[in-house]
Design a protein around this ligand. Sequence first.
Ligand code: ASP
Ligand code: MG
Length: 815
Amino acid sequence: MKVLKFGGTSVGTVESLKAVLSIVKKSYEAKEKPLVVLSAMSGVTNLLTQLAEDASEGKAFSEGLKLLEDKHFTVVKELLAVKYQNPVFTKLKLFFNEIEDLLQGIFALRELSNQSKDLIISYGERCSNYMVSKVMEQYIPESLFVDASHYVKTDSNFGNAHLNEVLTEQLIKSLYITHGDKLLFVTGFIGSNENGRITTLGRGGSDYTAAIFGSILDATAIEIWTDVNGMLTADPRIVKKAFSLPVLSYTEAMELSYFGAKVIYPPTMIPAFLKKIPIVIRNTFEPDFSGTVIQFDSGKTSLPIKGISSISDISVINLSGSGMIGKSGFSGRLFTLLAREQINVVLITQSSSEHSITFAVNPADAKRAIQLIEIEFELEIQANKLVIPAVEENLSVLAIVGENMKRTPGMSGRLFAALGRNGINVRAIAQGSSEYNISVIIGKEDLAKALNAVHDAFFAELKKTLHVFNIGTGNIGATLFKQLEEQHDFLLDKNDIEIKVVGISNSRKMLFNTEGVNLSSWSAELENNGSEADLALFIEKMKALNLPNCVFIDNTASKLPATYYEDIFKANISIVTCNKIANSGKYAQYKTLRDTAHRHGVDFFYETNVGAGLPIVRVLKDLMLSGDRILKIEAILSGTISYIFNNFKDEASFYDVVKKAQELGYTEPDPRDDLGGIDFMRKMLILARDAGYAVEAEDVELGAILPEACLQADTVDAFYTELQNENAYFEAMKAKAAREKKVIRYIGKLEGGKVSIGIEFVDENHPFYALSGSDNIISFTTERYKERPLVVKGPGAGAEVTAAGVFADLVNVGA
Ligand code: ASP
Ligand code: MG
């Protein structure tokens, strides 16, 4: 035989009941010998509780009763042929009259005991099972309503009664001997004590009823039909990527359900466990889905953990003081006290110095716990051996669960790395020596972020999501969005990385969408739905959203963003930037940014600060990391200047070439911004610093390309005039190069910690001789690359390659 248990939502509406009927019919016809256990219709237990409480406070309850009637009568009208309806109405009406009488009594007495409450709410299960058994009788005449209170015997702990196993087993077995050939509809949740008074098994207890019947009758399986696809890796309302688990062990299921996964009532596991009967969690609304099997062993799986669960609201109490050290009776007294007063302790940790004990309780119990402790330990507190404990509120517990964690090192490392990287402060930690649960206490405001980050960390082979906040939507920003959109599927399939751009701002507007802005229409969306741009607000909002795996991208060329970088790192957000300002300012700032990023475990990537997408920063970093020593760096890092000198030959005058370069868009609006060498100098400064030298801009020896008069000219036009006036100066340069069979190059150098940039004449043996177009080139002479330097060469400017460089940095975040 098999037990099929349906929860409140499954029997909650006419539609859902149709699904239940078809599932039961199928099982019956397949000769699986089902025994059905039903909950009350959804909302009914709560409603009855409310009515009882209302009555005890002298409030009216007739409207609520009417609601209850309607709920059931609708089902009868819809699912039962007219000719069968009358006797069913009569019987249900009888139930409702009994409820009304009871409420009347409570109303008169203004008193509600747990015993009366149990009696009243027991009608929920009795009505639903009676009604559904009658509906089913139309198709399967052997259907029979069973009031489980006659068979499930308990103690008198009303509201949460404990099973009398011996008696219950006898009664259920004899029930089955007489009626085992029928299709039984058994009320979940309810039982009775030795005097025959109705008791209940605790909220959610219908699952437990199913397990009791299943284990006594040696079922092949106990199927718990609910409204979700089994047990998931995490709460799907918070973790979008949560997925159903095919197999769990009883222990794992127990751990997961104690921590909030309200899919199954935890005590259900015990009878099933003792008889090794599998519990299968299935979805009434998706009957073809196989659901989750809870069985004896945890099943073969490559996943390091099974799931992440949480309790969103708990309070923590910390007891400390010298009085505890070495005192063996201390924790005994403490926890006996709490147990006696029925205060449930969720988690306990004690430091090995024995100087303090921390434990977590439900917020509702916290105050009382403190009062009890103050009374119990009055003497110790007076003698200053114990500090009066304070309650810490607004905390959550997050737990990773799985039997595979046993004897597997690295699990807690992974957990704490994910939390640390995302700036989540851990208040307390507990791991049982059974090693299948590691719990941490964190701030409530961090819970959603923590659940997602930890989910990513453990199920990373599935997906890692980066949340991107991008400022600057000019050439580079726009190109990046285009590339991100084109590569989205590839990244997901091949690299299991999902990149969501959740914030965009340019100088006019800003826009947020935590689901990710649609990158094919970002521009229109920003225009139409964006609010007025405000960098400070943008960053505030980015921090407030508190999303996991966050990256801030600075695709602007402005000065302002850099002033926020430190702050951003402190919020545990990584930065990717093509903006050189931050790295080429004061050395102290450069240093602070690195230290801050490092301290907070986040990334600071800026490959595109030097030579656009060319791998220069990365190569230098790898050389340094691997212990190589930089002896010399030589570089041409201005595509514009490169272009100008490459074309300054034969008949062309310097003036002609600069003019042409400007027309082609290779120069800044004022070509002196390029020819002045400042931009080049910044790049050299960054490289020198990355190579380990604390250099300032003033230390750089910046050789001029232009004569003083050109630099002093007031306007761009005046500059061009000066350029013509100085023609002889440039022609002399050109002639010298031709005479010596050399070319003119503007070369940056780092040697012995000194940075210089200046004009050089190089012959054909020099690696920079053959540079063409607007290419960049850099050569690293190092301890290892001494004979022949390591050279990187290629296009060092342009939106495509720069955006691609930003893209590459982005993908590497968190790698
Ligand atoms: N009807 C009861 C409750 O809502 C029992 C159950 O549904 O499992 O708690
Ligand atoms: Mg339930």
